[in-house]
Design a protein around this ligand. Sequence first.
Ligand SMILES: Nc1nc2c(ncn2[C@@H]2O[C@H](COP(=O)(O)OP(=O)(O)OP(=O)(O)O)[C@@H](O)[C@H]2O)c(=O)[nH]1
Ligand SMILES: [Mg+2]
Length: 328
Amino acid sequence: MNKKCLGCGVKLQSENELIKGYVKDIKMDYCMRCFRLKHYHEKSDMEFLVDNQKIIDSVNNIEGFVFFFIDILNLYSETINLFKKIKRPKILVISKIDTFGKEISFNVIKNWLNKYFKITEEIIFIQNSFTSSNKILNVIENKNEYEFYFLGITNAGKSTLLNKLIENLENKKNLITVSEMPNTTLDFIKIFLPNGKTIYDSVGLTYNYCFDDYDFMQKTLIKKPINPKTFLLKPFTYLTIENKIYIETVNLNSITFYGSNNLLVKKEYNKELGEPLLINVKDKTNVYLKGVGFLYLKTAGKIKIYGISKENVVVETSFLGGDFYGQN
Ligand SMILES: Nc1nc2c(ncn2[C@@H]2O[C@H](COP(=O)(O)OP(=O)(O)OP(=O)(O)O)[C@@H](O)[C@H]2O)c(=O)[nH]1
Ligand SMILES: [Mg+2]
């Protein structure tokens, strides 16, 4: 029996309810997990470990053109290095651009990627819209390739855009399961286009998540353009994000948080906190708190972060206000 779930690509089976791909009746097209995610937005308990290298190797070993998705809030060395590992012809797709509204310039980001990461491939910017799905369709039309892969970071919106594309072409709605949980798509899903070409959706590549608290994760989701919040922190004052992450500054005049408007970010005084992570920053730096957002630091200085581990923090020259601005 080799039938695959239309929603997540996993092999269907009717033997064990606790294992991925379970269906009551093998005639069904969607597994139980997809059914629950779609209809009840229910969180799935089945843990799924992703081997990033294995997915990259499998794509590198086949013919095809890769659209590599990174959402704009997760654009830093770790995710960009995954893009670099792809040996096939490829385009970098920066997704969820609606999260920034008009605050950023695409040219500035392109210059930043070129200057700091030596990205020379084509870069396109998208969001969940028909205009974006047309951009992708145009690339597919104009390339002398037949197989295309939607690859990239988990939760970057690969399946959402593929659904938009199918809706655009065939007026069919929401074929593939999408959700706010990491790793919704579990295997390659093959989609045939009317022009004879094919697109594969794929398992999202993972990065460390700060927290696996479901309610917190829900709050980090960005539904409306970010309202950046700037704070001036005096000595013995902390910035807290949902009382989970605390930030203290040394010799710094301002700090701006970019993340979901639903997260409660405020100042607090005199708190006893454990060992901090001490970070020295240059001016115009983004400090990423993975899966949560980033702190923009305009001037050089020191910050102390509590409540988050070292592997969940990435420090990167910011694409906001950098010296490449002049090239815009
Ligand atoms: N703000 C915003 N949210 C989006 C956009 N596209 C998708 N999302 C949301 O992001 C979440 C993840 O979307 P998916 O399409 O499941 O992401 P994916 O890349 O297929 O994720 P995996 O299958 O886990 O690798 C969902 O909650 C979507 O509603 C977008 O353009 N903007
Ligand atoms: Mg998906």
